[in-house]
Design a protein around this ligand. Structure first.
Ligand code: UDP
Length: 280
């Protein structure tokens, strides 16, 4: 494919269906490259660029939603309009998962790196510590967020954990949870309710929360709390983290069926785009 081709390359906040930042909120200054993979916008960033973008959001933003996406989420979003719109309306959609990185590269965005939720969470905790911002950890099983908070404060001495709360993503609990986050004067919120619950929870509640950034973190608290372990580096480098997770949690096998679906659909979409490009 011609390396210069980019599909739907847009600036954040210039996206027509992007959720508007809260009133008076400065937009993210630099345009962020993006592409569309099976109808889901993905920012085709590197790890270093992500750190700069998050630092800018933390410095001056309000109500930014950050979502790492993997192939499973993109396949699910194809059949769930509300989920797809939530993803497409977020301020930053990170290419988590080797499949998403490879698809973005195939679509012409050659510099795209895999930017994982768990590494980004750690980077954001470092930003919070340096800027004196307060972190709230929401979700996971009772006690897990507290343990994750301890790991983060050990890694980033001086980091302020404004609160930890398991709660649940049910509608009935939303008012109570939002009050807790507001009372804790949280600046940055991390939500671990699994996809798509955590993304929908954030989209519904960010407008009434004081936070600068809300990030969906999936099973990251479980990693930080030592409840689950990450794949060895060689497996991560070979794009086999999904296999390690499958061996750890075999009950997830049916969720892995999304991976071949994603590969086939992304290849077909890419082939279609190439043929349109050749024969406009
Ligand atoms: N989780 C939760 N409440 C729910 C569903 C999930 O607290 O109703 C938590 C779960 O305990 C785990 C996290 O959400 O800590 C991520 O779940 P999952 O492994 O399904 O998400 P993934 O990492 O695959 O996105």
């Amino acid at each position: 494919m011609d390396h210069n081709i980019t599909y739907q390359t847009t600036a954040v906040n210039a996206e027509p269906n992007a959720r508007k930042p809260a009133e008076g909120a400065p937009s993210v200054p630099a345009p962020i490259r993006s592409t569309s993979i099976l109808g889901v916008r993905v920012h085709t960033v590197t790890v270093a660029e992500t750190a700069v973008i998050l630092d800018r959001m933390a410095a001056a933003g309000r109500g930014h939603l950050v979502i790492p996406v993997n192939p499973e989420m993109i396949v699910a979003a194809q059949g769930q309009e509300e989920f797809r719109e939530t993803l497409n309306g977020a301020s930053l959609i990170l290419p988590d998962g080797t499949g998403v990185k490879l698809a973005a590269r195939l679509y012409g965005h050659r510099s795209t790196e895999r930017v994982t939720g768990v590494d980004t969470l750690d980077g954001l905790a470092g930003i919070a510590m340096r800027r004196g911002l307060r972190l709230f950890l929401l979700g996971a099983q009772p006690g897990v967020a507290e343990l994750a908070g301890e790991t983060l404060t050990a890694r980033h001495p001086g980091l302020v954990i404004a609160g930890c709360y398991a709660g649940s993503p049910s509608l009935a609990e939303e008012n109570d949870i939002c009050r807790r986050i507001t009372d804790a004067r949280a600046d940055i919120l991390m939500v671990a309710y699994g996809a798509p619950k955590q993304e929908l929870w954030c989209a519904r509640n960010i407008p009434r929360l004081p936070v600068r950034i809300a990030m969906c973190v999936g099973g990251s608290f479980d990693f930080l709390a030592g409840r689950t372990t990450r794949a060895p580096h060689w497996m991560q480098r070979m794009g086999l983290e999904w296999l390690y997770r499958l061996l750890q949690e075999p009950q997830r096998w049916h969720r892995m069926l999304a991976l071949p679906k994603f590969a086939v659909r992304a290849l077909l979409e890419c082939a279609t785009m190439r043929s349109i490009h050749r024969n406009p």
